[in-house]
Design a protein around this ligand. Structure first.
Ligand SMILES: [Zn+2]
Length: 120
């Protein structure tokens, strides 16, 4: 997969088998009821940009300044931090999770989720 390419991939979160609430990232215990059994479930297909920041001084291995980092909300209390794939982010814009190249660490390419605007 090239570094520019992204693919659609389900963004998985965790659902507590005891209280049924969802959370992300994974914790050892449910943040709501402290139970320890979970199942992986798919978050929604879309999320909303809550806040963002542009980084001009980047961690080593990220090659595309400026980097827009944002917090997105999938609803149901699920929030995630990640790269926002636009130079023109707007609070409240709709995004979808995609899988692609994130950065190089120690010469290795690392892939993960980032968030792409739906209207383009
Ligand atoms: Zn719980």
């Amino acid at each position: 997969m090239s570094k520019e390419q992204v693919v659609e991939k389900d963004f998985m979160v965790y659902r507590c088998k005891s209280c049924g609430r969802k959370f992300y990232p994974k914790h050892d215990r449910c943040p709501y009821c402290k139970a320890t059994e979970f199942e992986e479930v798919k978050a929604g297909d879309t999320c909303t940009l809550i806040t963002y920041t542009k980084l001009y001084v980047l961690p080593e291995g990220i090659e595309m300044p400026p980097l827009t980092l944002g917090i997105v909300d999938f609803g149901e209390g699920i929030r995630a931090l990640g790269q926002i794939m636009t130079d023109d982010p707007k609070i409240g814009m709709k995004l979808k999770p995609v899988w692609g190249f994130l950065r190089k660490i120690g010469g290795e390419d690392y892939y993960g989720f980032k968030f792409k605007p739906i209207e383009e």
